[in-house]
Structures are given as C-alpha cells and as structure tokens.
Ligand binder design. Structure first.
Ligand code: MG
Length: 395
C-alpha cells in the first residue's frame, strides 16, 4: 500500500488525486491531507478517506475540525504542513499548493526522502536549482504532475538525453487566443476563467489566458529535464490532444497524446514506473480529429517572453516573476486591475528588482550568477509582494 500525502487536498489537483486514490483502494491510501481554508470540504474528505494526519494553514479554522477517538491528528501552520509530508509512513507527496506556499514543505519532504509528484510549478520556477540539487542529494525522484511534463517524461523514456534536439511544449492558447488584441484590456476575470479545454484551479486558468502558465512550464522543463531554455519551444495547439513533444537529433518527433484529464498524469505519478489500467474515459480514435499547431503570438501575450527573460537572467529574477504574477492574478480576480496590467506589473517588478537596493542583484551585471539561496528567494518573494501591492496595485 502506497501512503500518499497531499499538500493542498481541497484544490483541483488535490481532489482529483483523491479520485485516483479512490479508484485504486488496494494500492493507495491518503495518509495526510492539508488544506488552506476550505475546512468544510476537508471534513468530507476526512470522513471518506480516513487520513491519519491533517494540516490546516489557519489555526482558528483547524479548531472547527472534529477531534476525539479515531480522528486524525491535526496540525497547523507551515510546521503542520511539514509534519504532514515528512511522517515516516508517507511514501509519496503530491505537492499541489498554489504559489510559493508549497516551497518549504516540499523541500522538507525531499530532504526526508519522499518521492514527489510535483503539481506546483512555481516551486521550480522560484527555486529550481535548490529543489533539483536537494533531490539529487537525497536520491529523490520528482515526477511531474503537469500534463506537458508528464508527456515529455514519457517521450524521454528510454532515450539518450544527449540525443535530444529540443522539447516542444504545447499550449491550448487559452480563451483569448483568437481575440482582437485591442479587446484584451477589457477582458473580465469571468471570461478569462472560461478555459476551452482544461478544468483547473483559478490561478492556473488565468495563467493559461496570459500564457504565463506556459512560461512557467518552460522554466519547469528546464529544471526537470536539465535542458537549456534555448532547446525548449512552445507551440499553440488549441485541441490539447498532443500534450507535448520531444524532437530527437535525427528529426524524429515523439509526441504523447491523450484525453484532457488531469487524473491521467496524476495516476502516472502515483503508479510510476508501473502503468495501471485506467478507469477514466479514453481517447476515441474512431472519431474525426484534427490537430493544428501554430506559433504563439508573443506580442499579444508578453508573459511568455518575460518568463524566458527571467530564466536567462537567472538569480532570483524567476522568483520575482512568479510572485509578481501571483499578486497580479489575485488583483485581477478581485477586479482591481485589468488583464493587460498583469504583464505590465510583472515587467515593472522585474525591472525594479534588478535595481533595488538590498536586492542580491544590486550592482550585478545582467546574467552574472550570484549564488541563489533559499534566504535570497524568500527575500525576493517578500520584496516583490510588498512592492507590487503597495506601488503597483494600491496606487
Ligand atoms: Mg500544464
């Protein structure tokens, strides 16, 4: 029996992970569940899955949970998250907290030798170097719970990494793919949340509409597969049937295809290296399908270029990119800023961070490799949060 801990069990990936666990009850058990604030849903998950540990971010909300004989042990705060994922009985951690909140608990889980199913891409965007070094040091496997990287992981299986020409990540293009560029600034969060092919959490759905999600995925692929970003390309593929491709040096293009169902990459991570017969709907090959591929419109969606820029310049700039996006998307969802303000705020934060007194990039030439530490990333995260909220959104 594989014991699973889920960081973020009430979110989109968390609830779908529990569906996979429920489909294979003699293989997987939910050992630890953690939630930020949706304790009502967490309560139902506890009743259904009988986890042994619970962590709730907010101590007041945790107090509302039933305690007593047979109830799981309840923990709070970041320390609670860490306890939930590092328990000696846990085999695999699904890291699915959005934003930077999952970084420290995931690092602690790696240090405790747990296999990671990584659904939170911001962790690799902010701290890819540190996370991958820790995984190497502790002999921990990081399995991507992201349809594109799951596809690349499968295409690379059995291939010589030195014979890879490039990785091609597919993007649906989001709901505004065919919109008039002049209309973009007036797009509402309701329209942006209407994703054409995938059913996901709110943050990642807005990131799909701006193409920042794909920018994050470029950085994620760079760390997961050890490839320079010059070898990672993006194509727009609105049908979301090809989940990504790997081009080999002989010109062969390997693609992984399948239904748009996150339970499939989640199941892949839980069962790897085994493959289990899936209970979910399959791709019906007898229907008419058409596949189209187009280059992304980088002028209309500047977030993709900002992501390439951040990882090329390195240091803590990818952390600034990630946090500025998190704050901007939150403000957009609250209807405090417009759609085109999202890339404007991120670009402004990246420019200012390079010149900010006290930043580790102060006085450093672009591209110079100041060593990145967890402390410098946390400091960059804090600076960016404050700067964006006080200077760019409140004003
Ligand atoms: Mg993805």
């Amino acid at each position: 029996m594989k014991q699973i801990a889920i960081l973020g069990s009430t979110g989109s990936v968390g609830t779908q992970t529990l569906e996979v666990i429920a489909a294979f009850p003699d293989r997987y058990a939910a050992h630890s569940l953690t939630a930020h604030s949706r304790v009502d849903l967490l309560e139902r998950q506890i009743a259904r899955f009988g986890p042994r540990m619970i962590a709730v971010h907010d101590a007041e909300r945790a107090a509302a949970l039933a305690r007593g004989a047979g109830a799981p042990s309840i923990h709070t705060g970041v320390e609670g998250l860490i306890e939930a994922v590092t328990h000696p009985d846990v085999d695999l951690v699904i890291s699915a907290l959005p934003g930077s909140a999952g970084l420290v608990p995931t690092l602690r889980a790696i240090e405790a030798g747990k296999t990671i199913g990584l659904a939170n891409k911001e962790i690799l965007v902010m701290a890819g170097e540190i996370v991958m070094a820790a995984a190497r040091r502790h002999g921990v496997e990081i399995l991507p719970v992201d349809s594109e990287h799951c596809a690349v992981h499968q295409c690379l299986s059995g291939q010589d990494p030195d014979r890879v020409e490039r990785v091609v990540l597919t993007a649906s293009g989001g709901p505004f793919r065919d919109s008039d560029p002049d209309e973009l600034s007036r797009m509402s969060s309701k329209e942006a949340l209407n994703h054409p092919t995938w059913n996901m959490g709110r943050k990642v759905t807005i990131d799909s509409a701006t193409l920042m999600n794909k920018g994050f995925e470029v950085i994620e692929a760079h760390w997961l597969f050890g490839l320079p970003v010059s070898k990672i390309d993006v194509v727009i593929h609105p049908q979301s049937i090809i989940h990504s491709m790997v081009e080999m040096v002989d010109g062969s293009l390997l693609a992984q295809m399948g239904p748009t169902d996150m339970r499939i990459p989640i199941q892949y991570a839980l069962s790897y290296p085994e493959r289990l017969e899936t209970p979910w709907p399959r791709f019906d090959i007898t229907r008419h399908w058409s596949l189209t591929l187009d280059p992304p419109n980088v002028a209309m969606f500047p977030c993709l270029g900002l992501a390439y820029d951040a990882i090329r310049r390195g240091s803590t700039l990818p952390a600034v990119l990630s946090t500025a996006d998190e704050v901007a998307v939150e403000a957009f969802l609250q209807q405090r800023i417009g759609f085109n303000d999202i890339p404007r705020i991120i670009a402004d934060a990246m420019d200012r961070h390079g010149a900010a007194p006290g930043s580790d990039r102060h006085g450093a030439a672009p591209g110079s490799a100041a060593p990145v530490t967890l402390e410098s990333i946390v400091a960059a995260d804090r600076w960016t949060r404050t700067y964006c909220r006080e200077k760019l959104i409140a004003g």
